[in-house]
Design a protein around this ligand. Structure first.
Ligand code: HMG
Length: 393
């Protein structure tokens, strides 16, 4: 086979939840200044899943849209990135494979390393396609960020999926070499198997994030990467959008710059629009930022170099660049993304708390979820310890 001129992201579709909580309502309930959230952490709204939604329903929705447009020809692999696993053994991707009707001749596997694993999946996909450029890979990232009620992380919850079709001669972004990587064993954020919410050292996690992104950036330069000034934009992992500003400032200082806060905010604004309204979506977050940049940037980004800075607590970080392809605007899903963000139904604080406290029975008994989602797939419930999914249309 011939080595293709480029490999990267051909199509990118997002999905999120049925409900949302405005952070103003959270601030009111807590009796604090709402500016702590809108300004201090840079978040306005968080996505909240209905009881009949989960990582599978969001992922299936985003993947189905990719397949509606592109068909299934050439797809031999589905890589499912998540840290909100619903089963210790079976990949959530196998449920998605069935729900969207992929053929049996597709391998499916789940990858985990906190918020980072979708980036690993993207690089592994590129490796597979370099070996056989006729193949395409679905990379699907789907997560729900959950912290305890009343904890400092509560305002940084959220949920979304990002599905990408990775192939040779991509329409959106060609992924460039090199990639800079960094791994260090840190306990900044983790979720033991017996917990449904994460544990976090909030302040420590911010330091760990900056340290890891700095390490990945240094490795990127050591591998012969492009200079900082050459990036038209950088999409950072956004647990909350202010974190991207902190990270950008960190790299700018490493590059010998000293940008004012307004300059940083301006440089990153397009990458933050969706995340401000969705909240943390863990593995999907950096690809939500990429969709936000491509969908909402006013000018033409054709030929522009864009950086992706991925971080997963624990911790692994990766920095790599890509080049935006001619004709990319024809492949964007601007209306679709606007509609999934706008159609979410606002919850009052009481209803949000009830949803947060809802847990699945652990004894395997028959359990039906109420039909609430308006998405194309729903988590119908459980029986005999097995999860059941169905189409809504
Ligand atoms: P906190 O301790 O409640 O907040 O929680 P704070 O007191 O530090 O305030 C936050 C910011 O708001 C500060 O600004 C305040 O000054 C400002 P900063 O000093 O950071 O620039 N502020 C105000 N601004 C305007 N008007 C006001 C006002 N009041 C305060 N009235 C924290 C913050 C991020 C620690 C918490 O939300 C948390 O623990 N979140 C979860 C952890 C997290 O998101 N960490 C991020 C890095 S780790 C990561 O990204 C990985 C992750 O995605 C998981 C994974 O990889 O799987 C989390």
């Amino acid at each position: 086979s011939v080595t293709p001129a480029s490999i990267g992201i051909h199509d990118l579709a997002l999905a999120t939840s049925h409900y949302r909580l405005d952070l103003g309502a959270l601030a009111d309930h807590q009796g604090i200044d709402p500016a702590k959230y809108s300004v201090g952490i840079g978040q306005d709204v968080m996505s909240v899943l209905a009881p009949d939604e989960d990582i599978v329903t969001m992922a299936a929705e985003a993947t189905a849209r990719i397949l509606e447009r592109n068909g299934m020809d050439g797809i031999r692999t589905l890589l499912f990135a998540t840290e909100s696993g619903i089963d210790q053994s079976k990949s959530a991707g196998v449920y998605v494979h069935q729900l969207v009707g992929l053929p049996e001749t597709v391998r499916v596997v789940e990858l985990k390393q906190a918020c980072y694993s979708a980036t690993a999946a993207l690089q592994f996909a590129i490796g597979l396609i370099a070996r056989d450029p006729s193949q395409k890979v679905l990379v699907v990232a789907s997560d729900v960020a959950r912290y305890d009620l009343g904890s400092s992380g509560e305002s940084t919850q959220g949920a979304a999926a990002a599905a990408m079709l990775v192939q040779a001669n991509p329409g959106l972004m060609a992924v460039a070499n090199p990639a800079g990587v960094f791994t260090q064993d840190v306990m900044d954020f983790w979720r033991p198997n017996y917990r449904s919410t994460a544990l976090v050292d909030g302040k420590g996690s911010i330091k760990a994030y900056l340290n890891a992104i700095g390490g990945a950036w240094t490795d990127y330069l050591n591998q012969g990467g492009a200079p900082f000034e050459s990036f038209a934009s950088i999409c950072y992992h956004q647990p909350f959008t202010k974190m991207a500003s902190k990270a950008h400032r960190h790299l700018a200082v490493m590059a010998g710059q000293n940008p004012a806060p307004a300059e940083v905010a301006d440089y990153l604004a397009d990458t933050m629009r969706y995340n401000r309204l969705i909240g943390n979506s863990y593995t999907a977050s950096v690809y939500v930022a990429l969709a936000s940049l491509l969908d909402t940037h006013d000018g033409d980004l054709t030929g522009a170099r864009v950086g992706l800075a991925s971080y997963g607590s624990g911790s692994v970080a990766e920095f790599f660049g890509g080049v935006i392809q001619p004709g990319y605007r024809d492949l964007l899903r601007v209306q679709e993304h606007r509609s999934i963000i706008e159609r979410r139904i606002p919850l009052d604080h009481t209803a949000y708390e009830v949803l947060h406290k809802t847990t699945l029975p652990e004894d395997g008994r028959e359990y039906r979820t109420a039909a609430e989602t308006t998405g194309p797939f729903r988590f119908a419930g459980m029986g005999e310890h097995m999860r059941r999914y169905e189409r809504t249309t």
